[in-house]
Each structure stands twice: as structure tokens, then as C-alpha cells.
Design a protein around this ligand. Structure first.
Ligand code: PHB
Length: 388
């Protein structure tokens, strides 16, 4: 209360002496294009919560400038993402844009950011190729090959000789299935079939039946995280786990946001991913605690962490340029950047602008009455294996 009165007092003073304080408060705007409605809405909710939490914990002043976050909902439609990007750049004069819940949404802004020379920080989308589509992309999330190779190795090492993959039929799914097959077969396994389900229609039962009929040792799965609940319920209903098929995947399928809703049938399921809400570090403990406090009823997932780290990358870059918002300088400042995230250490590869990070092997376990992905092994500092 006292603080508010003081602030009001200062504001009053500032209003009275019109000249001085105006120039001192230069604002730097950052666009956050999130998917807040439609089937991928859970993604936008996490990303916005992560970005806002970062600002709440770290303040909104960087290099003497006030940071303003402008949030837009693209509803998961690429044309809308592109339009928001254009408007943010032309009308709002943002220093950077960020977000991108799905690969096609990120790809849609590539020509816009290249032409405008404005950085775009990718907080979710995970197809390898994205960062090659513009020198202004910087990625703090992950790539699907980066996550899929470690689980291919793990399942081959743990006795699987044959596997089937089932993924959503678009960029990250194709990347995931191909990287899985490449490494699984290098290790002596055989992928019997690569199944692809349409992204728009989360109906997996025919594909799961086909996978079951093929009787593989393992089934590898990827869908975008907001679809995980619906996929895993069908995996359980089709009896794939009881059929003695070892179900594995990238951590998208046991997304922290949905894991408790999926239920105990997935206890013991092994996935590979860069973030778990159960990651054992002091920084993550604090992050999870603050995230839950600010967003009652929610648990952070990797998308929330992407929002948080994306803001950190921008803050650090602006600090490095001493407040210069030139887009090319900001991208240069992000190249080679290395920092501790709630996930562990991450580095932005200076050559590719893509994220290099630890990939954990985790198992679903119950802790304090809730389901978590408990990390039990790690592959250190993994680069995208496709576009090195
Ligand atoms: C993507 O579209 O690139 C994407 C979306 C959600 C995920 C992973 C990848 O969980």
C-alpha cells in the first residue's frame, strides 16, 4: 500500500514537471504470437505464462529501457501468424517477435522477418529446417531429431529389435520418425512401418490397430504436446501397453501439462525430452513453484519453459547490445549465448542459431500423488543431428 502511494506520488510529480522524464522511459516492444484458441490452445497458455513469469521475476527494465510484451493469438492458423508478424513489425515497431506453437506458423513468418531484419525467437516449434529458413530465427525450444535419436538408442540398447513409428503427418512428425529410424537401424534394429496420422484429426485408432497387428517390440510415438492426452487415451484403450509392445516417444506424448489427466496406465512409460517439471535443480524447483503460484492449477511444461527462456534470450541480447534494438545486432548477440534454464544448460549454436542442450531419458512415476517424468539418464549437450 505504502509503495503504491509512493509510486502514485512520483507519477503525480512527473506529470507536473512535463519536460524531464519523458525521454528517460524509452520502451522496447516484443511481440509474442501464441496460439490461444483452437486445438493447440494449451500451447499458447503455457507460453504466455512462461514469458510473463520471466518478466514478473526479472522486472521490465533492460539496459535502461522498458520492455513491453505485446501478445497476439494466431488461433493456430499460419496466415494469421504472418499477419500478426507484419502488424507487430510495421505498426507496433517491435524489436523482436517470438512464440510459434506449430512449425507451419514459424515457417510462415520467415520471409517477413528476413525482409524486415527482425529477430524471431522460436519458443516451441521443433522441425529442424526452420532455422535455415531465415537468418533472423533463433530457437530456444528443441528439434525433434535432437529428441528422437536418444530414445532410439535407448530402446535399441534395451532389447528392441523391431519397431513401428506413429507420428502426426507434418514437419516435426516426419523429422521424428526419420531420426528414430536412422538411429534405431544403425543400432541393428528394423523399423517395420512408419505410420502417419493427419494433424487436424486426432483419431488414431486405425493406426494403433495397424501398429498392434505388426507385433513390433517397440512403438515410437510423436504428436504435438496438446494432442498427447487424446493419443495416449487411445493407446491405452487399444491395449498396446498390455500387448507387451514397449511404447516410447519424445516427451511431447507425456506432456507435463496433461500427464495427470492421462492417468496411471502410463506409469513406467519411457520418453526422451529436454524438460521435465521434475528436473532436479534448484533453479527448476523455484521456477515450478513460482509458475504454480502465478498460474493456479497449472504445472509448467516444456512450452512454458520455452516462453521463459525466450524472454531471457531477448533480455540478455538487449543487455549485450547496450539497449541497441537493431535486429541484426540482436541476433548476433544471441549467437553463442549460453545460460542456465529450468531445463539445465542451453547454448545457442552460433553457426545455426539452434539450441544445444541435454536430452534426458525419463520414466513416468508417481511422486506425492502426481505423475511426473522422472529423469534417469542423460545425453549431454545434443546438437540437432540433421542440420549441424
Ligand atoms: C511443432 O509444430 O513444431 C511442434 C508443436 C508441438 C510439439 C512439438 C513440435 O510438442
Amino acid at each position: 500500500m505504502l509503495r503504491r502511494h509512493l509510486l502514485l506520488g512520483f507519477a503525480g510529480l512527473a506529470a507536473m514537471s512535463a519536460a524531464a522524464p519523458v525521454a528517460a522511459q524509452e520502451t522496447v516492444k516484443v511481440g509474442l504470437i501464441a496460439t490461444l484458441t483452437g486445438p493447440q490452445a494449451a500451447s499458447g497458455r503455457q507460453k504466455v505464462a512462461g514469458a510473463k513469469l520471466y518478466m514478473a521475476l526479472n522486472g521490465n527494465m533492460v539496459a535502461g529501457k522498458k520492455i513491453e510484451l505485446i501478445i497476439k493469438d494466431d488461433t493456430g492458423v499460419a496466415d494469421i501468424t504472418r499477419r500478426h508478424a507484419q502488424e507487430l513489425i510495421v505498426n507496433d515497431k517491435v524489436a523482436a517477435i517470438s512464440g510459434f506453437s506449430l512449425t507451419p506458423l514459424a515457417l510462415a513468418v520467415a520471409p517477413v522477418i528476413t525482409q524486415a531484419k527482425i529477430p524471431a525467437i522460436i519458443m516451441t516449434a521443433g522441425t529442424s529446417i526452420i532455422t535455415e529458413r531465415s537468418p533472423y530465427f533463433v530457437r530456444v525450444s528443441f528439434t525433434l531429431p535432437q529428441q528422437s535419436v536418444p530414445i532410439a538408442e535407448w530402446i535399441a540398447k534395451n532389447g528392441a529389435k523391431t519397431a513401428v513409428s506413429l507420428v502426426s503427418d507434418y514437419g516435426p512428425g516426419i523429422d521424428a520418425q526419420d531420426a528414430f529410424k536412422m538411429r534405431f537401424e544403425e543400432k541393428g534394429g528394423k523399423v517395420l512401418e512408419q505410420l502417419k496420422a493427419p494433424l487436424a484429426n486426432p483419431e488414431f485408432s486405425a493406426f494403433l490397430q495397424r501398429a498392434k497387428d505388426l507385433k513390433p517390440d517397440a512403438l515410437f510415438l510423436f504428436v504435438p504436446a496438446p494432442t498427447a492426452g487424446s493419443l495416449m487415451k487411445q493407446v491405452i484403450d487399444r491395449g498396446l501397453i498390455e500387448a507387451n509392445i514397449k511404447v516410447v516417444g519424445t516427451g511431447d506424448i507425456t506432456d507435463d501439462d496433461q500427464l495427470n489427466g492421462i492417468g496411471d496406465s502410463v506409469l513406467g512409460l519411457v520418453t526422451s525430452h529436454f524438460y521435465s517439471a521434475a528436473h532436479d535443480s534448484p533453479m527448476n524447483k523455484k521456477f515450478v513453484e513460482e509458475f504454480k503460484k502465478a498460474n493456479p492449477g497449472m504445472r509448467p511444461n516444456f512450452i512454458g519453459v520455452g516462453g521463459y527462456d525466450g524472454m531471457h534470450a531477448f533480455y540478455q541480447a538487449l543487455e549485450k547490445t547496450k539497449g541497441d534494438t537493431d535486429g541484426t545486432k540482436l541476433v548476433e548477440a544471441m549467437k553463442g549465448m549460453s545460460f542456465e534454464s529450468p531445463r539445465g544448460m542451453l547454448t545457442i549454436d552460433p553457426a545455426t542459431r539452434d539450441v544445444v542442450q541435454d536430452v534426458y531419458i525419463r520414466k513416468v512415476e508417481k511422486k506425492d500423488g502426481e505423475l511426473y517424468n522422472i529423469e534417469f539418464d542423460v545425453v549431454k549437450q545434443v546438437k540437432d543431428p540433421i542440420h549441424k
